[in-house]
Write a protein that binds this ligand. Structure first.
Ligand SMILES: *[C@@H]1O[C@H](CO)[C@@H](O)[C@H](O)[C@H]1NC(C)=O
Ligand SMILES: *[C@@H]1O[C@H](CO)[C@@H](O)[C@H](O)[C@H]1NC(C)=O
Ligand SMILES: *[C@@H]1O[C@H](CO)[C@@H](O)[C@H](O)[C@H]1NC(C)=O
Length: 469
């Protein structure tokens, strides 16, 4: 059985059934196995079911955090590593994204071009210039691989070495990072701007006052907003898996107690490996939600947290709450294996502003509870509705807490939140995301036609539009 490996980290998925995993599965099932029952699935009673869960609870009661994490990590090793399929990334994400761009600019004709250009790589070179620092430092000046090796566009060159004028009439993209823009320098640069140059404002933060940037008439934006020319994978991305590559060689342990319980509850298991993984997480995680908070200013989310905490246990880390994790990676990593839920509360409520917290929760196998942009923003990014909980769907924190208790106490409900793992992989590591973003940039340059000329007359208004202050 071949499990292809890749440098890219991601969560998984399907059934690459490695023998030790199966052993593991049988091992934890062994104590509940009833070899005579496999012929008669309906024989299980409610009392048997209760006994099953009670026994598990008693067995695990005294496990340490380390033992729990270790048990879950064994089931994580199921991860199948696969190469990204760029055609798929762009076709899937663009179908949704183009609608957003057309909402902003009815004249945009990219939609018509996607089919035509998706596979074409022209000989022409595009130069992308890093015009400013990025948070005070050069960003990709010395980077060897800015565009993912599988990016279908290989005719873009990133450089920090710019000749002042565009003598060759080449297409040039000029990247300006919002907080690093200096007015004096810009006056100079404006004097040398050619109408063939595409000035791009890079802004990944929400709710900034950027009205002073209007004067530069940026042609494009690179941001988290879906209606930006370049926006894929700002903080995370779900990528649909190639269905035809998914094998179905599951060794189904027909006689296990859990399978019987699920069968009784009309749950059909089509992927034992995935079921195993969900079950192990359900079994070893504590019945609480996690919250990591570093910015204590936004009152709305703090108040929501306090009210929710009154009705459902929350283990919170940060300056304005009781526990400290001092942004230590190990602490956050291990805690992320121990909570069922994760409060992915955004500091700003802006359209499409969904930061790494959310993707991180998905990555670690927690159910994200989100507060921030509308539910539609999440759906627009291709996140299945069944993968997260939006606070707007509940009348009050108390009502949400009731639902959290329900999920915590009912595996049949809990497992529904993880069925997306069948279909998608989640990526939130910046080293994976940046090459996706830059590949999109190169793709957009390739789609550009010489007659296209556009700019943001009020980029500040565009950026603030969709934010609640
Ligand atoms: C990538 O995805 C596309 C679109 O779904 C598909 O047609 C193609 O066969 C896939 N390529 C590979 C190498 O799997
Ligand atoms: C603009 O062009 C002039 C003349 O070619 C050059 O001396 C100057 O350095 C350029 N400025 C910038 C910011 O590139
Ligand atoms: C970029 O914006 C400027 C406005 O300053 C405009 O003159 C130019 O045509 C635009 N270029 C492109 C390629 O859209």
């Amino acid at each position: 059985m071949a499990c292809r490996s890749s440098r890219i980290r991601f969560i998984v998925v399907r059934s690459c059934v490695i023998s030790f995993i199966v052993t593991f599965f049988f091992q934890f099932m062994a104590s509940f196995r009833n070899d005579n029952s496999s012929e008669n699935l309906s024989a299980i009673t409610l009392a048997d079911e209760e006994l099953f869960w009670r026994k598990l609870y008693n067995d695990d009661k005294y496990l340490t955090e380390e033992e729990r994490i270790k048990a879950m990590e064994s089931s994580d090793r199921l991860t199948i590593k696969r190469e990204l399929n760029w055609t798929k990334i762009f076709l899937d994400n663009y179908a949704r994204k183009l609608l957003k761009i057309n909402e902003r600019d009815a004249l945009t004709i990219y939609k018509k071009r996607i089919e035509k250009y998706a596979k074409v790589t022209t000989q022409e070179k595009y130069d992308i210039f890093e015009e400013t620092l990025v948070f005070g430092r050069p960003k990709f000046c010395t980077a060897a691989h800015i565009f993912h090796p599988q990016c279908p566009y290989s005719n873009c060159r990133w450089t920090c070495d710019k000749s002042s004028t565009n003598q060759n009439g080449l297409r040039r993209a000029n990247i300006f990072h919002h907080v690093d823009i200096e007015h004096d320098e810009m006056i100079d640069k404006l004097g040398n701007r050619s109408s063939d140059d595409i000035w791009i404002l890079w802004i990944d933060e929400a709710n900034r006052q950027i009205s002073h940037l209007n004067q530069y008439q940026f042609n494009w934006t690179l941001s988290f907003r879906q209606d930006s020319e370049v926006s894929l994978g700002t903080y995370g991305i779900l990528i649909e898996k190639d269905q035809n590559k998914i094998s179905s060689d599951n060794a189904l342990p027909h006689n296990s107690e859990l399978i019987r319980i699920l069968t009784k509850n009309n749950v059909l298991i089509d992927d034992v490996t995935l079921e195993n993984r969900i079950f192990v997480n359900y079994r070893f995680r504590y019945r609480h939600a996690l919250w990591f908070v570093s910015n204590c200013e936004p009152q709305h989310r703090l108040n929501y947290y306090k009210e929710l905490k009154a009705h459902y246990p929350i283990s919170a880390f940060g300056l304005c709450v009781d526990k400290r994790c001092d942004k230590n990676h190990d602490c956050e990593h291990s805690q992320s294996h121990l909570g069922l839920f994760y409060l992915a509360f955004e500091s700003q409520t802006c359209k499409d502003y969904i930061t790494e917290k959310f993707w991180r929760a998905l990555y670690y196998g927690m159910i994200p509870i989100v507060l921030g942009p509308s539910k539609q923003s999440y759906l627009d990014l291709g996140v299945p509705e069944s993968a997260f909980i939006h606070v707007d769907d509940y009348q009050s924190p108390r009502e949400l807490a009731n639902h959290l208790h329900q999920i915590s106490n009912d595996y049949v409900i809990y497992r529904k939140y993880f069925q997306w793992l069948n279909q998608y992989e989640v990526f939130y590591d910046i080293n994976v995301l940046e090459p996706i973003r830059m590949c999109e940039l190169c793709m957009r340059l390739n789609m550009q036609e010489s007659r296209d000329h556009s700019f943001y007359s009020d980029v500040h208004e565009w950026h603030r539009n969709g934010c609640q202050s």
